[in-house]
Structure formats: structure tokens, C-alpha cells
Ligand binder design. Structure first.
Ligand SMILES: [Zn+2]
Ligand SMILES: [Zn+2]
Length: 247
């Protein structure tokens, strides 16, 4: 007789109802069928997006499949896959995780990612899947890195190594939020580094970087720069929620 992989979880799933992370209706899974269908229909990943930065394309950009900003100022990362828009139905569940510290939402968001994007991304070939890191100080303050908590639940090829240790972040007191775009770009330079034990391990490797929210792309661009400076040949971003481009 074969036992399910996690018998406790399987029993709980059938005995204990759970609230859908977006409409709060009690049912069997972390997101109800109605919300999942609506997400699958309307999510940003259904739209024609810039292959490099993941932003929804204007009609004039459709031919090249790349936005004007990426054409003018080519980012260091090569591709970006986003699940949905920042303003979409997953914003509240993400805030519950980040700001209310409701860690079960990480499980639900990771599962939602798998349900929506797994088919599209299961063929992606890479060596590492790494979360955008928090500084040690921020990690101590929040208690967890939301990107790592979501990312470790993402199903991907067995050959892709997941690690929260390879990319590290210095702690700067200047807050990113609220500062101008130029200030943010300046503040982010030199913020990330490769953990000394892993220097050399990235040579000619393809690295996927996971972030919960991508806004200007400055953070992911700086991480891609550091990864490529350390030998990575290709950097792909996986992003839960993508902010729309400024009007
Ligand atoms: Zn629902
Ligand atoms: Zn772009």
C-alpha cells in the first residue's frame, strides 16, 4: 500500500476547511476554484509582456516583444516571468504575509504560483533558483524573507538548486520606498554581494532570481549585474507581482 507523500497534510485537507486567500470562502484548498479561474483568465502572465522585464507591452512594442525602456537601457537580466499585476487579487494575500506575518500565506502563494505557471515554466532550464535577499538586520526584524518563503514552495526541475544563501544584501539605513527613481538606482549600487563560499560556483550558470514584487526593476537589475560579474551566463527573473509602468 502506498502512503501519500505527506499523510498529515492530506488528512487535514479533507477534514479541515481552509479560507481562500482572496475571497476568504471556506473550502478545501488555499485558493478556491472561482478565484483560481479568475486569476488564470486575468493574470498578467496571459498578456503580451516584454520578455526582458515582464511589463505589459504597448501595441507599438509588440513586434519586438520588448518594451522601449529595455531597448534604450538594456537590463543585465535576460528574461522576466511575472504571475500577476501588483494591483491584482494577490496583493492583499502578499500583504498579509509581509506585514501581518501570516506565514501560511507563503504556502498559499507558492501553491497558487504552481497552479497558474507550472505548465509554462516547468521546461525552464537553470542551475539555481535564488530569492532576493533581505539584509541580516531586516531579516531579524521581520523574522523571515517573504521571497524565500514563497519560492521554496515553487515546483521546479530537481536539477535546479534552491538556496537563500548565495546572494547576500548589505544593510543600508536609507529606505528605498518613497525615494525618487534616480535615488533608488544610486542607493542600490553595491547593495548585493555573493557569499564568499559560492564565489566561483556561478561560472557559466543560469540563475533564476525570485522576487515577490518588481517595481522599477532596479533591485533585480543590480542582482543580475552582480551575478554576471561573478560569471553567471544567464539571469532570469521570476516575480510574483509586477507593478505597472509609470504613466
Ligand atoms: Zn476565492
Ligand atoms: Zn522591458
Amino acid at each position: 500500500m502506498r502512503f501519500p507523500k505527506n499523510i498529515f497534510q492530506t488528512i487535514c485537507k479533507h477534514l479541515l476547511p481552509t479560507a481562500c486567500i482572496t475571497c476568504q470562502e471556506f473550502q478545501e484548498f488555499c485558493i478556491c476554484n472561482r478565484c483560481l479561474s479568475s486569476l488564470k483568465e486575468s493574470a498578467l502572465c496571459n498578456y503580451q509582456c516584454c520578455y526582458q522585464c515582464g511589463i505589459a507591452l504597448h501595441v507599438s512594442e509588440l513586434i519586438g516583444q520588448r518594451c522601449v525602456a529595455c531597448q534604450i537601457n538594456q537590463p543585465y537580466f535576460d528574461e522576466t516571468y511575472c504571475l500577476d499585476r501588483y494591483e491584482g487579487m494577490l496583493q492583499t494575500p502578499l500583504h498579509e504575509l509581509k506585514y501581518q506575518k501570516r506565514i501560511a500565506f507563503a504556502n498559499a502563494l507558492g501553491n497558487t504560483w504552481n497552479l497558474v505557471l507550472n505548465e509554462d515554466l516547468k521546461g525552464v532550464s537553470a542551475d539555481y533558483l535564488l530569492p532576493v535577499p533581505l539584509s541580516h538586520q531586516k531579516l531579524a526584524l521581520r523574522g523571515f524573507n517573504q521571497s524565500w518563503e514563497i519560492m521554496k514552495r515553487i515546483q521546479c526541475g530537481q536539477h535546479i538548486q534552491k538556496s537563500p544563501y548565495i546572494v547576500q544584501r548589505h544593510h543600508y539605513s536609507q529606505q528605498q520606498a518613497g525615494s525618487s527613481l534616480n535615488n533608488r538606482h544610486r542607493a542600490i549600487q553595491g547593495m548585493f554581494y555573493i557569499e564568499p563560499n559560492y564565489i566561483g560556483a556561478l561560472q557559466n550558470k543560469t540563475v533564476i532570481v525570485f522576487d515577490d514584487v518588481m517595481t522599477s526593476g532596479a533591485t533585480l537589475n543590480e542582482i543580475a549585474r552582480v551575478l554576471k560579474d561573478n560569471g553567471a551566463s544567464r539571469v532570469i527573473n521570476w516575480v510574483l507581482l509586477r507593478a505597472a509602468r509609470p504613466i
